[in-house]
Design a protein around this ligand. Structure first.
Ligand SMILES: O=C(O)CCC(=O)C(=O)O
Length: 299
């Protein structure tokens, strides 16, 4: 009898543990509930800076307690038993081809873990995105990037839209959130200011040769290739344009560099393929607006 009880309890726990949090189109808890009477507002010079340079950084999103909760969830999410979990759109324990240099990279975390689910609906992210995109905003997908201490791999120079050409028009935005202080030494993100006005560059391996894409730059682009490091305190965010050329070098420090990313687009963006837009998500026919429970409105 005990065995039967234990096994039905265990199955029940498994069902709860494997719940798809995409069913919730609003925050589940109140971890990131902002003050409704005092919504975050960008100043006009910030918007002008973004339009000119393609990024805006140093926006505080998280306090110590929130960072702590998300760090604990990351530690759990990195357990290899998640490798076969169908809720992830992608799950790479190491995206680098070099086993000595590690980059943990996962997409779809919001469907698995409550803190990361609710982060999608963070009121400051929604307010900034609404202003920069000039309209209502939908969640596209999330990402976790973890570079362990000392041996983190690079994230090669790339434009996010080179991964998203199956959606159009270009009306996307990325919010990168540091869960550790990110510095030049531990592999912070670098941007090439102004590169969001360049043409679409080809896609190269994400965690292999840092400079692979530079070979195709025009002379003019090469002259303008002046990367700036985006050093941030844990809990601060940086937003960038989908055509911004960016990347990050290896982690040479004694501490990890963990980051969460929320990718978004303006409501009205359509699918440009009949194939699933994300692994395991029902296809949205080419020419049809992207919406539904996997792409909730966040502002
Ligand atoms: O975390 C990193 O180093 C890279 C992040 C990135 O490529 C992105 O946010 O689009």
């Amino acid at each position: 009898m005990w065995l039967a009880f234990f096994s039905s309890w265990f199955m029940c726990m498994l069902a709860v543990m494997n719940k798809d949090l995409a069913e919730f189109k609003d925050p589940i808890g109140d971890l990131f509930a902002g003050r409704k009477d005092l919504p975050f507002q960008l100043a006009d010079p910030d918007v002008e800076f973004f339009e000119q340079n393609g990024y805006l950084s140093g926006i505080r999103l998280l306090d110590e307690e929130q960072i702590d909760i998300l760090r604990r969830e990351i530690a759990e999410l990195m357990h290899p038993h998640y490798q076969t979990d169908q809720r992830f759109y992608e799950y790479n324990t190491n995206e680098s081809p070099d086993p000595a240099r590690r980059l943990f990279h996962a997409l779809g975390v919001w469907r698995v873990s409550e803190g990361f689910h609710d982060l999608v609906f963070h009121p400051t992210i929604a307010a900034v995105a609404h202003r920069l995109l000039g309209g209502q905003v939908r969640f596209w997908h999330d990402q976790l990037f973890v570079k362990p201490a000392r041996d983190g791999a690079v994230v090669a120079w790339h434009q996010d839209y080179s991964y998203w050409t199956r959606t159009k028009p270009i009306a996307h935005l990325t919010c990168w959130i540091g869960l550790d202080d990110s510095t030049i030494e531990n592999g912070c993100v670098h941007y090439v200011p102004g590169s969001h006005k360049w043409n679409l560059l080809p896609r190269t391996d994400l965690a292999n040769d840092m400079d692979a894409v530079l070979e195709v730059l025009t002379d003019e682009q090469r002259a303008a290739f002046k990367p700036v490091p985006i050093e941030l305190k844990a809990g601060e965010a940086t937003f960038h344009h989908p055509m911004m050329l960016h990347g990050s070098y290896e982690n040479r420090s004694e501490r990890p560099r963990r980051a969460a990313v929320i990718n978004m687009f303006r409501d009205g963006v359509i699918s440009d393929t009949d194939k699933p837009l994300l692994e395991g998500v029902p296809a949205i026919l080419q020419g049809t607006k992207i919406e539904g429970r996997f792409f909730p409105l966040i502002s």
